[in-house]
Design a protein around this ligand. Sequence first.
Ligand code: ADP
Length: 288
Amino acid sequence: MLEVNHLTKRYGKNLAADDVSFTLEPGTVTVLLGPNGAGKSTVIKSVIGFLRYEGSILVNGMENKTPESRRVLGYVPEIPALYPNLTVIEHMEFIARAYRLRDYAARRDSLLARFELTEHRKKFGDELSKGMQQKLNLCLGLLPDPEVILLDEPMIGLDPHAIKELKNTIEELRAAGKTLLVSTHIIDSVDMLWDRSLIMQGGRVRANVSREELAAQGKTLEQLFFEVTEGLEPEDVAGEPLPETGSGEAAGSAETAATTEPAAPEEPAPPASEPAAGAPAPGEESRS
Ligand code: ADP
């Protein structure tokens, strides 16, 4: 289970996350949608513990920055952070040692086979194609078998076969009772996968809706997305009934589909001052 309570993150005057609250249940897939600059990465990086923020984040009831919660929290970053001088298999060993995994060989091999990396296992990080890097990135995130899994734009750069395998993997993880949060700005890529949808804009959660609740409204996710992210001026919203976007505990703590406050203006992000992942970026030199 993942509980985000009143998460607020400021970059100067810019509110990248503005009082964000939601609860994700085990055995569910939640998609985090929003246009560029909406605050999706800020939420993900806050949950994983990369950023300082106001509010509280609990992973299976534990504060997210404790060693215990880190053990159950998995993260697949949007941009793979691989070592140019480690092979595919060495990357897997590296993660296994970092997490002190035991009896992981079968899981390691099955992940590599699933994402078609078995025959590339002796290739170095900088010898992998972009798609292979993304696949290895997924394998590294999933190797420790985390309980709560954050996937940041996981479909980007994958070929159709890998996308199919990733979708199957996500469904299996859900069936195994894991809590999944998948961030994306491409709605089509996650259709049919999700149980709950969070739509962000301007740092705020504008909609928090389950699949059943959306079906009851007779809307598609795409329709809700555009309804929420387009043309909702404060004066338009104030006197109108808001789209019904959720009920119960999980939805109750989140924003409804519209708010009377304008979205924060987007600012170009300066170079990130906080690490995007634990490993250095791939080197430029090519190995002969
Ligand atoms: P998304 O992932 O939805 O595209 P982000 O969470 O990356 O959005 O960005 C949310 C807002 O925070 C944007 O206005 C962005 O410019 C700003 N932002 C993100 N990272 C930084 C940073 N390191 N420094 C300053 N502003 C940032």
